[in-house]
Design a protein around this ligand. Sequence first.
Ligand code: SF4
Length: 367
Amino acid sequence: MLEADLINELQTQGARLADPTAGHESRRGGAGPSDHKAMTLGDQTVMVPVHTAPAFQSPYVIDAPQGATGEARILRDGVEVGRIRFPGRPRFYDLRTAEGIPYSQIAVLHGRDVLATTVLQTCIRYESRKKTCQFCAIGQSLAAGRTIAHKTPSQLAEVAKAAVELDGIKHMVLTTGTPKGQDRGAQVLADSARAIKAAVDLPLQAQCEPPEDDSWHQRLSESGVDALGMHLEAVTAEVRARIMPGKASVPLEKYFSSFEAAVRVFGRGQVSTYILAGLGDTAAEILAMSEKLVAMGVYPFVVPFVPISGTPLESHPAPTSDFMASILGPLSRMVIDGGMKASDIKAGCGKCGACSALSTYEKMRIA
Ligand code: SF4
């Protein structure tokens, strides 16, 4: 089986772990897709669902890691189909701030070399079950005491510096719940980026809803943000209204005008959007939207939806591997023909690529 196909199957069907303690703690809760464990196949680190309903039924089992290499076999119906390694527990997880806050409550390791934080762990869209994005678990990790509500610029700078020095972190994702106010979180992201860049040379991606005023893109760039994500999540009006009733109040036209303004500041391929496949948009609808985005210079990071325990969509099925392949195959060609690729992105989800097989499909096309 090709590596891209195997990654696609693992991400859609999940995997059962023979040794649930293997690797460092899984990513549970938080903003966006979650309930995964990082695994490295070849040179690509991917997030594979392990705590979700589909994962418990998956035909894939990851054996306990063996010997000095720490390699573990991937078995399908008892037959080895590949090998993985689990990234080790980062050393910065052992540190605390002077006030006693564990660094791991301020930022966490994603994939193999990405530091990620949710600067504001609260969101205007999360305050009522009716308005909340149905896939999101931003409040769960806060309620469970795994994180703090507001990470200050100096806390983020301290943790980022340590993560670079101790664990060789290569880039950082700053996402945020949406606060009240017209900047949609851009102010808090800019303040954070400025403090981090003053402490350590680390490429940064900021993620927020489109700020009301396009001048925020320039301000984000001047504060040290290298790449920007503004996430559509779903592409058709029906799915947007059903899956994210609050966020769908921001019209698609606003996203497009904001993308255009952001590409002028950050450059082609440095502005991206996250699209969750499997929530009702068809493959043709996702590809049509992607075509429009690529033409504008926006990288469409299409990710298989993973149902997260405790969210309204916890029983929603994950997309099939065939459905994802029918998107990621043509999408990888479209992205490359549009002069973009994951490895050219300076920082963020598209560069990390761990939540989708897209970058592996891209590599297959370039090889
Ligand atoms: S793709 Fe984004 S959300 Fe997924 S592991 Fe990488 S940085 Fe985290």
